[in-house]
Design a protein around this ligand. Structure first.
Ligand SMILES: [Zn+2]
Length: 313
């Protein structure tokens, strides 16, 4: 299921396509003997990675979280990753034109998360793909992207964000801000130092009329009676989280299954713990940025401690 209601919001997943990603890079120190039971690899040891954007219709605004890989990759990068560039076509097939997007949010500025922020116009100028949109990205990411380490320099393409920052179209975020009522960002360190998750809180059925309280309200919100029964009773979810590269696919839900790309692997584990401490008891819908099949699911923990992803019926 790629579309659902979250209170008064409507959520949909739109893909920029899939690309081959080296299995060793995808699963870090996890032996192939283990990850190959969950994810298939081809003769080059590549797995298929998805590029999932989340579209949120709030009733007032249309918000796009993440913009895939885009169509501006260098020839060298196309050799590794191809360049699927399907997001605009998929949005169009879903009835969404670039002019319809009011807000774009990037969790971080790696090339496969903000590629369609901009396009190259016929005259060679880099212009915003979404002409009316206000763009948001973590300030720490942008600062880092200006002087990345030798290790991850290849992951940053300045054309995806510098022209937007320079023209004032992109607002840089510290973490904790409310973008619009019901949509907030929160920093989860690990994959990078400043990557931000995007939290989406639709109005809860039992709380309608109360309204949203903005950043910080999520953590302090007491759990309501019967919350554990919400899914069992077939009621809609009330919180979704685009957790981005902290938990890129359903195969990465175990605490220790991080990617080789993570700059701070021990912080990835700590951040996942912090995320699950709220997401599991409160039944958050987790959105998986790179899962080619499961765009979203509920993460649950079995009594043995094993993490499982439960699909949306
Ligand atoms: Zn990344």
């Amino acid at each position: 299921m790629r579309r659902l209601r979250l209170g008064e919001f409507e959520l949909s997943i739109f893909s920029d396509g899939t690309y081959p990603l080296d299995g060793g890079a995808f699963f870090g120190v996890v032996p192939k003997l283990m990850w190959s039971k969950k994810v298939a690899a081809d003769a080059r040891n590549c797995c298929t990675a998805g590029l999932n954007s989340l579209l949120i219709r709030t009733g007032k605004q249309t918000v796009l979280v993440e913009t895939g890989m885009g169509n501006k990759l260098s020839d060298r990068m196309v050799k590794f990753y191809g360049q699927p560039a399907k997001l605009l076509d998929n949005l169009s097939a879903g009835g969404v034109a670039p002019e319809d997007i009011d807000i774009v949010i990037n969790s971080h500025l790696h090339f496969d998360h903000c590629g369609w922020n901009t396009v190259r116009a016929r005259n060679g100028k880099i212009v915003p793909t979404f002409p009316r949109a206000k763009y948001y990205a973590p300030e720490g990411e942008w600062q880092y992207a200006r002087k990345p380490s030798e290790r991850d320099r290849i992951s940053y393409i300045a054309e995806n964000y510098d022209p937007l920052v320079e023209s004032g179209r992109m607002t840089l975020l510290k973490g904790g801000e409310q973008i619009v009522p019901g949509i907030t960002v929160e920093t989860f360190r690990g994959h990078t130092a400043s990557m931000q998750a995007i939290l989406v809180e639709g109005c809860r059925p039992e709380a309608s009329g109360i309204g949203h309280q903005g950043a910080g309200s999520v953590a302090r919100r007491p759990s309501a009676p019967g919350e554990a029964d919400i899914r069992a009773s077939g009621a809609q979810p009330h919180t979704a989280c685009y957790i981005s590269d902290l938990i890129p696919t359903t195969a990465h839900i175990d605490l220790t299954w991080g990617m080789s790309f993570d700059l701070y692997p021990l912080d990835t584990i700590a951040s996942k713990k912090r995320y699950y401490a709220r997401a599991i008891p409160q039944k958050w819908l987790t959105v998986f940025t790179h899962d080619p099949e499961t765009g979203w699911a509920y993460v649950e923990q079995e009594e043995s401690g094993k993490m499982i992803a439960k699909g949306v019926e």
